[in-house]
Structure formats: structure tokens, C-alpha cells
Design a protein around this ligand. Structure first.
Ligand code: ZN
Length: 502
């Protein structure tokens, strides 16, 4: 599916210092592993800090658990026995592929719920050939575990394939920490690992990736008595229900959370609030509303324990609608499983003394996909003129806050510029650039997505003014060096508009 411009995009991602790989490049690379370059890591930090802010503002608390856990945990969670991909092998060259992905690539369908026979029939009917050698596939589906295993202290263990399970295990600790009051929310941002068969699509599908998952522990009897629901029930979201999916394409329709509950698209106020929060997070990243939709899971693709289950999908330029988040009502499945397997009762007590196992509502996503999505959506290449490339990310998400340019590479200008850099670095991410023409530096700054560029010229030495240039309007304003830090703070963090300057 090489699209026009996809090659440009791929080289941009590498050359701008966003994402490199597969890593390690000098040894030929291993599929599914990537290195975030300096610009990419700054962007990913913005994404993760936005997630922290959203969760913290909603009363969640962050924890950090180990990435390696003994296999008895994964046996209890079900991962050891069922966390597998279905694979199919090329008869001619022997290459192995993930069967459902072969079907999905380039088609707007989900093969998750296809039976093995359905997959084989689809491949035959649609004459899908081996992407490597164009050969035919064997007529059988095999399974491969996605768990990466290791041995620790003589015990079989696995690298976690998700952060969620590790978040459930200290339930009793949280219960005490949160003063024995439900509901409470906990989230975790950290690495997880899946031994994918044939990872492609850059960091959208890596073997090592960063998850950001929030879990709310709730009394099942309180799911429809959810305080924060009142405030958000009239918010309109792009719910795309299972029945609408069957009757055609997504039409961009929005309905309120309340309506979704009345129509029984979702089952509880608490779940409605969770899906609203997840949607809000993608708005907080600055993703345009018309690129976000919420897709209900089909009855047959839902995990057997899941009650409500919806995905958030983003419309990407390179890959079309792409899953970026799952919101699940996991009921009491996890705490029940781990109570049974560990012998420790993971339960709570109601005011009347009744004991019960809490339900878990989960908002599961990561930071790689949102980071990639921001690059994909906001990458802009102008073909006319000098072929200017701009990473038009929303200003609050831009990797670098401000570029500083001495007009020429002359000692007195460099000295004045360096003083400004030292001062601004205390509050901002600053890129100091004195190489090449000023025009080239403006282009580079826009390519990095930096909202503002400050130029120090000979007049600056006399009148103590510098020029600030705005990335999107390309307008320029002279301001006092003394007030530069305050002005940038207002623009970047205080909601001030560039047009208000002067
Ligand atoms: Zn082949």
C-alpha cells in the first residue's frame, strides 16, 4: 500500500530525528523495535505528560510496577494460554504472517472475529498472495504465543504484554491507601512486550511499546450512580455502534453520552464517563474531532469476560482508521482470577458489611500510537516552491518551544543570543541554531514543528529588542529581550494569542 508521499513521510520521520529503526540499525535491525530520536522523544514526553495531566485531573494516581512477572500470574490472567496470534505460512518461501492482518491490510474490515475457516476462505476467495514472493499460502492456520519468556530465580517468567495485569495485583494495597473507599482510579505508563509475528507499520505495531492504561475499581452496584456522569452526560461523541457498522460506512454522526446510555449502546454511567474521558484525552492531544471515532466491538470480537467494549480510532493519512485506545468494562474477571490463583481475597466491603469483588473499568492505550498519529496527521509538505515541510502539530504539543537565531555568526550576536538561550532554557525547550542562512533556519524550525523563532540582529544590541516569528502565520513582532520569557510563557502556557502582541 505505498501511497504517494509515503516515502517522503518515512524519510522525514528519520531525518527530523523523530523515530529511527528498526533498531539496532547498524546491525540490520530487528522488526518491531525502534529508537525515538531527540525530537521524537520530546514529542513522546509531551504525549505522556498530557496523559498524566488528564488522569491526575480526574483523580487517578500513577503507579509503577515491574515489567517482568512470574508465569503463574500470566496463567491466572489467561495470557499464557490464549494470548496468541494466528499465523499462516507461505508455501513457496516459508515466510510466516499474521493471518488476520493479511486480510485487514488495505481493507476497512476487522478479521479479529473470523474463524480459522473464514480466514482461509477469505484468503482464497480474494487471491491474497505472499507479500514477499507472491506465492500461495498453506491451507492451515497455526498459533504462536505473543509472550516473551525468560527465567528469573529458577522460575519461568514473562515480560508483561500489557500494564493492566500488573496494575490489578496490588489491589489490597490501593484499597488501604485510598482509605477503603471505592471508586478509585490508578494508572500506569510503561513498557510492554509482544512477540508479534511480522510487525510492520512503524511504532503502531512494535514488539516493545509504551502503554498508558488507567483502571477504575468500582462497586458494581454504583456503576449507575456515578457522580461525575452528570457533568458530562450531554457531551456529544462520535459513537459508531455495531448495528451502524453493519449497515454501512461511518457518517460522522455524534450523540450524547446520555443518549448512548438510553439507546443501550453502553450499559452504565461509569462506563459512559470512562469513554468520555478517553475521547477527551485525544482532544487534549490536539487531534481534530473529524479524525476521531468510537467503534463498538462486535459481540464476537469482545473478550469473553468483557461487558461494554469500544475502541477509539483515529483517521491517519498513512493507514486510514487505526485503533488507538480500548475502553473496557472488565467486570470482576481480573480480581476474581487473581483471588483464586493467589489464594488472597481481592475484595472490598460495603458500609453494611457486605463483601464483594469490585469491577474494573479500563482505559487502555499507549504513547507510541498517539505520538505517531500526531506526526502522521500534522505532517505537511508543500510541493510548490522549495518544497517546504512543516510539522504543524498544535503548539502545546510541539517538541521544541522556541528556536533562537543570531542573525549572523558574529561574536557579539552569538554572545547576546547565548545569554537569551541560557535564560529561556530554565523554562522552555530551546533549540539554538546559528548554522546556515536565516531562511534555512526558519525552514528547519518549522520542520521541527517549533511554534516560535526568535532572531537577534545588530539592532538588538542597541535597542534590546528581538524579533519573534510565529510558525503558522509567519508574522513577526519586535519585543523587548527583558520581557521575552514572560511573553513566551503567555503564548505557550497562558493561552495568549500571537495577534495580541503589540
Ligand atoms: Zn512467500
Amino acid at each position: 500500500m505505498e501511497k504517494n508521499g509515503e516515502k517522503d513521510f518515512t524519510s522525514f520521520v528519520q531525518e527530523a530525528g523523530l523515530i529511527w529503526g528498526p533498531s539496532p540499525e547498524i546491525y540490520g535491525g530487528v522488526a518491531g523495535f525502534y529508537t525515538y530520536g531527540p525530537l521524537g522523544k520530546l514529542l513522546k514526553n509531551r504525549v505522556e505528560n498530557s496523559v498524566r495531566k488528564t488522569f491526575n485531573e480526574s483523580g487517578f494516581r500513577e503507579i509503577e510496577g515491574p515489567t517482568v512477572l512470574p508465569n503463574e500470574v500470566w496463567k491466572a490472567s489467561g495470557h499464557l494460554d490464549t494470548f496468541q496470534d494466528r499465523t499462516i505460512k507461505c508455501k513457496k518461501c516459508g515466510a510466516v504472517f499474521r493471518a488476520d492482518k493479511l486480510i485487514e491490510e488495505g481493507r476497512d474490515i476487522s478479521a479479529d472475529a473470523f474463524s480459522n475457516d473464514q480466514i482461509l476462505r477469505f484468503i482464497k476467495d480474494n487471491k491474497i498472495k505472499c507479500p514477499v514472493c507472491k506465492g500461495n499460502f498453506e491451507e492451515k492456520i497455526e498459533k504462536q504465543s505473543l509472550m516473551l519468556s525468560t527465567v528469573v530465580g529458577g522460575k519461568e517468567a514473562s515480560l508483561r504484554p500489557e500494564t493492566a495485569t500488573g496494575t490489578y495485583l496490588p489491589f489490597i494495597r490501593y484499597y488501604n491507601y485510598f482509605r477503603k473507599k471505592l471508586p478509585f482510579g490508578v494508572f500506569q505508563i510503561g513498557k510492554a512486550y509482544r512477540n508479534e509475528i511480522s510487525p510492520r507499520q512503524n511504532v503502531l505495531r512494535g514488539r516493545e511499546f509504551t502503554q498508558a492504561e488507567g483502571q477504575i475499581f468500582v462497586d458494581p452496584k454504583e456503576k449507575n450512580n456515578w457522580g461525575p456522569y452528570e457533568k458530562i452526560k450531554d457531551e456529544k461523541l462520535p459513537f459508531w455502534s455495531e448495528s451502524e457498522q453493519k449497515s454501512g460506512k461511518f457518517a460522522g454522526k455524534v450523540i450524547s453520552v446520555k443518549e448512548a446510555l438510553e439507546k443501550k449502546l453502553i450499559k452504565s454511567q461509569a462506563y459512559g464517563w470512562c469513554i468520555w474521558l478517553a475521547y477527551t484525552q485525544f482532544k487534549n492531544f490536539g487531534i481534530p474531532a473529524d479524525r476521531i471515532r468510537m467503534r463498538q466491538h462486535h459481540a464476537d470480537e469482545k473478550a469473553f469476560y468483557a461487558d461494554d467494549a469500544w475502541d477509539i480510532e483515529l483517521k491517519l493519512n498513512n493507514y486510514g482508521w487505526t485503533e488507538v485506545c480500548g475502553v473496557h468494562d472488565r467486570t470482576d474477571y481480573d480480581l476474581t482470577q487473581h483471588s483464586k490463583a493467589s489464594g488472597v481475597k481481592l475484595e472490598a466491603v460495603r458500609d453494611n458489611g457486605e463483601k464483594f469483588i469490585p469491577h474494573v473499568l479500563e482505559i487502555a492505550f499507549g504513547s507510541d500510537r498517539p505520538t505517531y498519529s500526531l506526526i502522521d496527521i500534522f505532517y505537511e509538505k508543500k510541493t510548490e516552491g522549495e518544497g517546504k515541510t512543516i510539522l504543524r502539530v498544535p503548539y502545546h504539543m510541539s517538541p521544541i518551544d522556541v528556536s533562537i537565531f543570531p542573525l549572523m555568526r558574529k561574536d557579539e550576536l552569538l554572545k547576546a543570543a547565548e545569554e537569551i538561550v541560557l535564560d529561556l532554557e530554565k523554562s522552555f525547550i530551546v533549540d539554538y541554531d546559528f548554522t546556515g542562512s536565516i531562511g534555512k533556519r526558519y525552514l528547519r524550525s518549522a520542520m521541527q514543528g517549533t511554534p516560535y523563532a526568535v532572531t537577534i540582529d545588530y539592532d538588538s544590541l542597541e535597542d534590546k529588542d528581538v524579533t519573534i516569528r510565529d510558525r503558522d502565520s509567519e508574522r513577526q513582532v519586535r519585543v523587548k529581550i527583558d520581557s521575552l520569557r514572560e511573553i513566551l510563557w503567555g503564548l505557550l502556557k497562558g493561552g495568549k494569542k500571537f495577534e495580541e502582541l503589540r
